[in-house]
Design a protein around this ligand. Sequence first.
Ligand SMILES: [Zn+2]
Length: 262
Amino acid sequence: MIIDTHCHLDSSKFDEDLEEVLQRAYDSGVRGFILPGADPKDLPKAQKIAHEHDNMYFAAGVHPYHAREYDETYLKEFLSDPKCIAVGECGMDYFRLPEDEGEKAEEKAVQQEVFAKHIRLANRHGMPLIIHIREANDISKQIMLENDAKDAVLHCYNASPHLLDLSKRNCYFGIGGVATFKNAKKLVEILPEIPLEKLLLETDAPYLTPHPYRGKRNEPAYTTYVLEKIAQTRHMETEVLEKQILDNTKTLFKAFATLDSV
Ligand SMILES: [Zn+2]
């Protein structure tokens, strides 16, 4: 049994055929789903879909690309919902910064402040964080330490060795389709160094589709390709790894703790 800990099933890319997507996930052994927040205006949709399905939950947060739209009062409305089980996705992304030096500095400052706010919000609600980090490793880690980030998953772990020791601070590492890419040498090399009890599976659907479907829409059923790839790099039996990752998921996201293999 697999839980896709990061899938944007509220994306309009699933409007036409969500039930078929879920059926294929089910047929592949995927039995649980977490829909992370990204654009604040999509949260009501993620919430609605989560309520319409068993073993499906959502997270409330603001993706760094939307950092300026952070509104704590608005987020808190969602955090009080039992179907909301995490704060995120939130974090830092320096990949797409403005050219202008002044604007660049301002954008960085906004992201830093908003990331810190997310961490403190999660701490106050006793919830795990779903964290997105791209080209901002050092500063992200610094903010996590300064604000005493507790349980968290580094979603789409970017293979930075610098972030690896966060595992000691109860940080988990979300592994998705990128691990199957031919040019993912760095990630494949570092995969065996992630503590086994800190590995999680995710798709980031509809994005980052694993080989052999790269270029097409991603969906939770494809987590199996990622699972197999991780098993290969760690020289493990797929079934043993699958059981371990399920245990890890249940430890971080307690809503799944009673989910039995069916
Ligand atoms: Zn995502």
